[in-house]
Write a protein that binds this ligand. Structure first.
Ligand code: GDD
Ligand code: MN
Length: 382
């Protein structure tokens, strides 16, 4: 019998329904972001298999080309276990984007996220999924701070940092989440899809990002658990992660109007003004005004460059030789900005505007120019 293509008259084309019936679909995809977690791959899959008995599940690892060979390890396991998949990303890093892309690689109606390092209590997964379905919620979050939860033996500094971050998070999400930093949750696909195009993807706070981006508030529940200690590999959440977290907050607060980096860049510029005036005051004690002004200008530009390199562009930080060439390009670009600033301010002033309006107009023009051009030439991304 010849194979008939999709029958357009039928609601359910014949060969499609056959395909649909051939194997059961996956109901739950567990997304696991990894960076250098080779030795945690097998133990986690084993544990997932032990607790997920009544559900068709798969695990999608999203690995950022870990140098320790995590991806190869995952593929090795998946040759014997078809529930295991690996998405490997090359030349990119980022916990949030890894989770987003893992979710996009899944077709399942339910999506879970869990760390690779066994710090999250995977035995909660069946209960989280049941709660999600039974109460028809959008998200079920495992929390370290609810009654019955805990953070394991974290040191005081880490606990305090986490508390501060949680408190800050409340400024961008209205939902009363006790643990908006949690990296362990289950959600429905529609809940993910309604937010996906608005996500910031910055940093490692994917749950916070989801809650801050959804157009309609999520219905959610929380399940307490105790954060385990890591036995293999090491934590990746460093000062860069903290910085990215602050960027996410600024983005969620002001990102609708202006890019986060611009806000930081302008703030650094304002700080540079203070440096400039202080240097000018000190230099005037020894040299003439034009020389003092030149010294102050160079000092302020250099300090702006150093601060922008350390904070505004922390993720593209320049080191060594590239630090020097970056500094030179920054000087050149800002000099053009300064000339434009003076020209524009003078033109405005000639039209009989107040001195401070003229001054502000010039300053605004140069900060926009400096920001736009240095982002392309000085700190170009890769
Ligand atoms: N793909 C990818 N890319 N995965 C990453 C990256 C990355 O750049 N950075 C970290 N991961 C993976 C790790 O391999 C691990 O599976 C998971 O993300 C969490 O990273 P850890 O380095 O173990 O983080 P943690 O234990 O310090 O932080 C935990 O607590 C935070 C709250 O303070 C995590 O549960 C976080 O999600 C949570 O926000
Ligand atoms: Mn961890």
């Amino acid at each position: 019998m010849p194979v008939t293509p999709v029958a357009k008259t039928d609601n359910q084309p014949l060969h499609l329904s056959r395909v649909a019936r051939s194997t059961p679909g996956i109901e739950l995809t567990i997304i696991v972001p990894t960076f250098n977690e080779r030795d945690n791959v097998e133990p986690l899959i084993e544990r997932l298999g032990a607790v997920l008995k009544d559900v068709e599940w798969e695990v999608v690892y999203v690995d950022d080309d870990s140098p320790d060979g995590t991806a190869a390890k995952i593929r090795e396991v998946s040759r014997w276990n078809s529930r295991v998949r690996c998405v490997q990303r090359i030349g990119r890093r980022g916990l949030s984007t890894a989770v987003i892309e893992g979710m996009l690689a899944s077709s399942a109606p339910y999506l879970a996220v869990i760390d690779a390092d066994l710090q999250h209590d995977e035995t909660l997964l069946p209960r989280m999924l049941d709660t999600l379905k039974a109460q028809s919620l959008d998200v079920v979050v495992a929390t370290r701070y609810g009654d019955g939860g805990g953070i394991g033996d974290w040191n005081r500094r880490r606990a305090a940092l986490s508390n501060a971050a949680t408190w800050l998070a409340r400024s961008v999400v209205a939902a009363e989440l006790t643990d908006p930093m949690s990296g362990f949750f289950v959600m429905t696909r529609p809940a993910f899809e309604q937010a996906v195009r608005r996500l910031s993807g910055q940093g490692f706070k994917i749950l916070l990002d989801l809650f801050a981006s959804t157009p309609t508030p999520y219905r959610f529940a929380e399940v307490p658990y105790t954060f385990r200690n890591r036995s293999r590999g090491e934590s990746k959440l460093d000062s860069l992660a903290l910085w990215e977290y602050l960027m996410l907050l600024v983005d969620k607060l002001a990102g609708r109007w202006v890019p986060v980096r611009f806000v930081l860049f302008a703030a650094v510029g304002a700080g540079g003004l203070v440096v400039h005036l202080l240097t000018l005051r000190i230099a005037l004690m020894g040299v003439s005004f034009p020389i003092a002004q030149t010294i102050a200008t160079v000092t302020a530009m250099t300090s702006n460059f150093v601060v922008n390199n350390a904070f505004t562009y922390r993720d593209r930080r320049l080191h060594g030789m590239r630090f020097l060439t970056g500094l030179l390009s920054f000087f050149a670009i800002c000099s053009i900005g300064a000339v434009a600033n003076v020209r524009l301010a003078s033109a405005v002033f000639e039209r009989n505007y107040a001195w401070w309006i003229s001054g502000l107009a010039g300053a605004a023009a140069s900060v926009v120019w400096n920001y736009a051009v240095t982002s392309v030439f000085t700190w170009r991304g890769r």
